[in-house]
Design a protein around this ligand. Sequence first.
Ligand SMILES: NC(=O)c1ccc[n+]([C@@H]2O[C@H](COP(=O)([O-])OP(=O)(O)OC[C@H]3O[C@@H](n4cnc5c(N)ncnc54)[C@H](O)[C@@H]3O)[C@@H](O)[C@H]2O)c1
Ligand SMILES: O=c1ccn([C@@H]2O[C@H](COP(=O)(O)OP(=O)(O)O[C@H]3O[C@H](CO)[C@@H](O)[C@H](O)[C@H]3O)[C@@H](O)[C@H]2O)c(=O)[nH]1
Length: 443
Amino acid sequence: MDIAVIGTGYVGLVSGVCFAEVGNNVICVDQDIQKIEKLQNMISPIYEPGIEQLMEKNIHAGRLAFTTDLADAINQSELIIIAVGTPSLPNGEANLSYIEQAAMEIGKAMNSYKIIATKSTVPVGTNEHIQMIIAMNTQQAFDIVSIPEFLREGSAIDDTLHPDRIVLGLDNQSLAEPLTELHRAFTDQIFITSIRSAEMIKYASNAFLATKISFINEISNICEKVGADVTEVAKGMGKDKRIGSSFLSAGIGYGGSCFPKDTDALIQIAGNVDYEFQLLKSVVEVNKSQRYKVITKLEASLGELSGKVVGIWGLSFKPNTDDIRYAPSIEIVETLIRAGATLKLYDPIAMDKFRERIDHPSIQWCENAMEAAVGADAVCLLTDWEEFKTVSLSQLIFIMEQPILIDGRNVYSQEQIQGTGLKYYSVGRPDLIGVSRPKTLVR
Ligand SMILES: NC(=O)c1ccc[n+]([C@@H]2O[C@H](COP(=O)([O-])OP(=O)(O)OC[C@H]3O[C@@H](n4cnc5c(N)ncnc54)[C@H](O)[C@@H]3O)[C@@H](O)[C@H]2O)c1
Ligand SMILES: O=c1ccn([C@@H]2O[C@H](COP(=O)(O)OP(=O)(O)O[C@H]3O[C@H](CO)[C@@H](O)[C@H](O)[C@H]3O)[C@@H](O)[C@H]2O)c(=O)[nH]1
C-alpha cells in the first residue's frame, strides 16, 4: 500500500519505518524542516535502538522517504496516518490543535478518495471531529479509522513489528478486509471494533498499566513498614495468570510522554460526561508522591541536604531512550537544587535533553557513573539503565564521601550489595546488607 504518515515523532517515525520494512511505500511528513533534513540524511531525531539501520535499509530500497510537502505526500498515498502530538493542556485535557491543523491540511490537499487513520492518542469522539474538519475542506470521498498505537519507547521497533494486538476502529465495515491485510504482516491478533471503542481502548490500556504501577508502589510503601520485600511480593502475585507479572516493578513511579498525559486526559474525558474517575485520580496522586520517596530517604540518611553532594544515575524516564518528558528525575533534581545540594548528574544518553530543560550552577555534568559518585555523600539511581547494573559497586566506598546508595528502581540484588560496605536503600525492600537503616526510615 502507498502510505503517508503525518508527524515524525516516535509514533510517526517508527510506524512509517516499520510499514516500509514489511513492503509498503511510505512517505513521512513533518512540518519541522530540521527534523526532515536529518531524516533525509538518515539521522534519527529520536534515540531508539535499531531505528537508523532500518531507516537506511528502507530508504535504499526505495520504500521510505521524508518530506515537508504534505500535499504531495497525500496525493501519492492511499492511506494517510495521523501521528501528530496530543500533549496536555494546563487542565489535563488533550490539546487537539495539532490534530485539527493536520486534518485541515489533509482535507485541503486531498485529490482523490483516501483512508485516514488516526494513530495519535485522542479522546473519544475526536475521529468524528477529524471527519468533520476534513469534510469541510474537501469535496473528495474519504473514510476515517482509528488505529491506536501501543509501542513503548526503547523497544518501539520490536513492539511495532511484533505487537500483542492491533486494534482497528472502523465504522465502515468494507475497510476491515484491506486494513486487516495491511496489518497481517505484523500479527494475526487483529481486533476490529467501533471507532469510539478503539479510542477508549488506548486510554483504558494506559490507565490500567499506570494503575498496576501505582498499586505496586503503594504495596512497596507498606512492605517497608512491615518488613516484606516488594520484589518477592510482585513475583508471587505475578505467577497468577489473572494478574500477570508485567508492570509490577516498584520504583519512583512512571513518567514519559504517555502515562502522565493520558491518565490526566482520561480523568478529563470522564469529567466531561459527569463521571468522577476516583480510582484513576488516586493512581495519579500516588505516582506524583512516589518520586519524593528518594528525597525522604536522602533526608533520613544525610539529615540536612544543604551543602551535600548527591550523585544522580539516570535522567531519562526509562532506559533505552533519551526522552525526559515527565521524567521523575526532573522534580527530584529541582527539589535537591532548592534544598541547596550540589548535584553530579550522569545519564548514558539523556544528558543533552536534560541540560536543555534544567541547567543550574549547582549541577556538575559527568561523563560516567563513577565520576558522578566521586566525592558524593549519596548516589541516587533513578533510571534502570543496563550499564548501572554492572557498575563496580565495591569501588564506591573508596570514591564517595559517604557510602550511601539509594536505588529508586530496585536494580541490585542482595548478593551485589553484600560486602561492598554500602548503606543501601531501595524501594519496598528491607535492609539488604546488614547495615541497619536509620530508625526514621522505618515508616
Ligand atoms: N511516544 C510514544 O511512545 C507514543 C506511543 C503510543 C502513542 N503515542 C501517541 O502518538 C502521538 C504522537 O506522539 P509522539 O511522541 O510521536 O509525538 P511528538 O510530539 O514527538 O511528534 C509529533 C510530530 O508531529 C509533527 N507535526 C505536528 N503537526 C504537524 C502537521 N500539521 N504536519 C506535519 N507534522 C506535524 C511535529 O513537528 C512532531 O515532529 C501522541 O498522540 C501520543 O500520545 C505516543
Ligand atoms: O513495572 C513498571 C513498568 C514501568 N514503569 C515505569 O512506567 C513508565 C512507562 O514505561 P513504559 O510503559 O515501558 O514506556 P512508554 O514508552 O511510556 O509506553 C507506554 O506508553 C505508550 C504511549 O501511549 C504506550 O503505547 C505503551 O503501550 C505504554 O507501555 C516508565 O517511567 C517506567 O519506568 C514502572 O515504574 N514499573
